[in-house]
Write a protein that binds this ligand. Structure first.
Ligand code: ADP
Length: 456
């Protein structure tokens, strides 16, 4: 057991002890006063009973007064008629009760006799056949005082012992309850960037600590996943960057080794430029994605006619399609407005149409359909009758650097980042992208974005 003044365990124990001490003290005072009041009431009841007996004798049988004082069962009383003592018990004078001061008529009061013994005293007047008598009567309070003293002793010794036991119990209990936190902290300290597969211990997943550990474990799982993706992305990016660099280097080396004429030299430079182009494209795509990850691409939403945007994109890529004798057809239902960042959505559509042109065979047909089927959504579909994407690749096709046929993609100038950029661009505009494709039967990429309500 290691004590630490700042530890939660000590703080818990201290607060627990203070709260318990206050409650126990309040209880002790309450018990003391309830018992005292009850004992006093009992004494006063006895006093009143004795007074009533004496008063009855005084009023009904005055001649019996002395007999009552000498041989009666009531030991402490004194009766005056005017200033003259009519009767008095032996114990009354023995206890020195004649010195007891006069209290309020009818109300008992406590008084300590010169011999040190406490008494409860009461006085009242009674009248009988024209005579007025003052009766003073007393009850020994010693038994009551002794009972109260015993109670005080029990409380005085009992409370500290109970508190000491509570402190020990509270400290042990707090240690037991906070145990999982210590284990979690120790384990969390061991989890570093290269040991992200480790998890915090979960004793009971349903209690507060268990839920906390589970939430931390989920965070660690997400971190592990992000680290893994980052690691894979860095490895893939390095590999992709190395390929054109190696190509430039080898083309350059071959060119230098051979005695070549001006035409061959131009060819070498042309291939080097082609690889440099590929490199630039790759670096541009990487930059776009890293800005996207850092959310630093400025997004300026404006009301845009998606049909016009689709037509503009198709126009842009018409030349490439013509080279492959392909047709690019725009099918629209008139103007479909959406509030989007035009630049990013244009980039997404360019990537989709560019892929359709790239992967469709010569004489292929590409259609860009803009429609608004549901009230709140606008749809842009890029449809081709190309080779399609096999089912087993479809779930990963939007992953960075994922390609069905790497060699063919590279040959066609692809970077493997087009669809990843496309997905980000659609999502940043509040939309989603879906793929529908069947091998050898073509592909449909469907971009769905929230429509603007005030459209025609
Ligand atoms: P790339 O630069 O390789 O085109 P993308 O991310 O744009 O990278 O596409 C990823 C892969 O998806 C491509 O390599 C290709 O295999 C496949 N693909 C994308 N669009 C189509 C399409 N319209 N038809 C067939 N395959 C496609």
């Amino acid at each position: 057991m290691r004590l630490h003044p700042q530890s939660v365990r000590i703080r818990l124990t201290i607060w627990y002890t203070i709260a318990l001490a206050l409650i126990v003290l309040a209880f002790a005072f309450a018990i003391y006063f309830v018992v005292r009041t009850s004992l006093l009431q009992q004494t006063d009841q006895q006093l009143n009973k004795d007074f009533a007996t004496v008063a009855r004798v005084v009023t009904d049988e005055p001649a019996e007064i002395n007999e009552l004082a000498q041989h009666g069962s009531i030991n402490l009383f004194q009766i005056f008629e005017g200033n003259e003592v009519v009767a008095e018990t032996d114990d009354w004078s023995r206890a020195g009760l004649e010195k007891a001061p006069s209290g309020k008529i009818g109300l008992p009061w406590s008084w300590e006799a010169p011999n040190g013994l406490p008494y409860r005293v009461k006085q009242a007047t009674v009248t009988s056949i024209g005579h007025s008598y003052l009766i003073r009567i007393a009850e020994d309070e010693q038994t009551m005082r002794l009972a109260l003293k015993s109670l005080t002793m029990i409380l005085l010794f009992g409370i500290p012992v109970a508190l000491a036991l509570a402190v020990i119990g509270g400290y042990l209990l707090a240690g037991r309850v906070l145990g999982p936190i210590g284990a979690m902290a120790a384990k969390a300290g061991e989890i570093t960037a290269d040991r992200l597969a480790e998890r915090l211990p979960v004793e009971d997943p349903h209690d507060e600590f268990g839920r906390l550990a589970t939430v931390f474990n989920q965070t660690f799982a997400r971190l592990e996943d992000s680290f893994e993706r980052l690691r894979r992305f860095t490895a893939d990016a390095s590999h992709e960057l190395r390929t054109p660099l190696t190509a430039i280097r080898s083309v350059g080396e071959v060119g230098l080794q051979q005695n070549i004429d001006a035409t061959a030299c131009r060819e070498v430079i042309a291939s080097m430029l082609e690889e440099a182009d590929r490199l630039t494209k790759l670096v541009d795509s990487l930059l776009t994605l890293s800005r996207a990850d850092a959310s630093s691409v400025p997004i300026k939403r404006e009301l845009t006619d998606l049909s016009a945007l689709a037509a503009e994109v198709a126009d842009c890529l018409q030349v490439l399609a013509e080279e492959k004798e392909q047709t690019v057809q725009i099918v629209t239902e008139g103007q479909v407005f959406a509030e989007i960042d035009t630049a990013t959505l244009r980039q997404a559509l360019i990537n989709l149409v560019d892929n359709a042109v790239k992967y469709s065979p010569r004489m292929g047909h590409i259609r860009v359909v803009v429609r608004s089927p549901a009230d709140a959504e606008a749809v842009i579909e890029v449809i081709d009758d190309g080779p399609g994407i096999p089912l087993e690749h479809q779930s990963r096709i939007f992953d960075r650097f994922y390609r069905v046929d790497k060699g063919r993609s590279r040959e066609l100038g692809g970077t493997g980042l087009g669809l990843a950029i496309c997905q980000w661009a659609v999502e940043v505009n509040g939309g989603r992208i879906e793929l529908e494709s069947e091998e050898s039967r073509g592909t449909v990429f469907r971009v769905i974005i929230p429509k603007h309500h005030k459209q025609s």
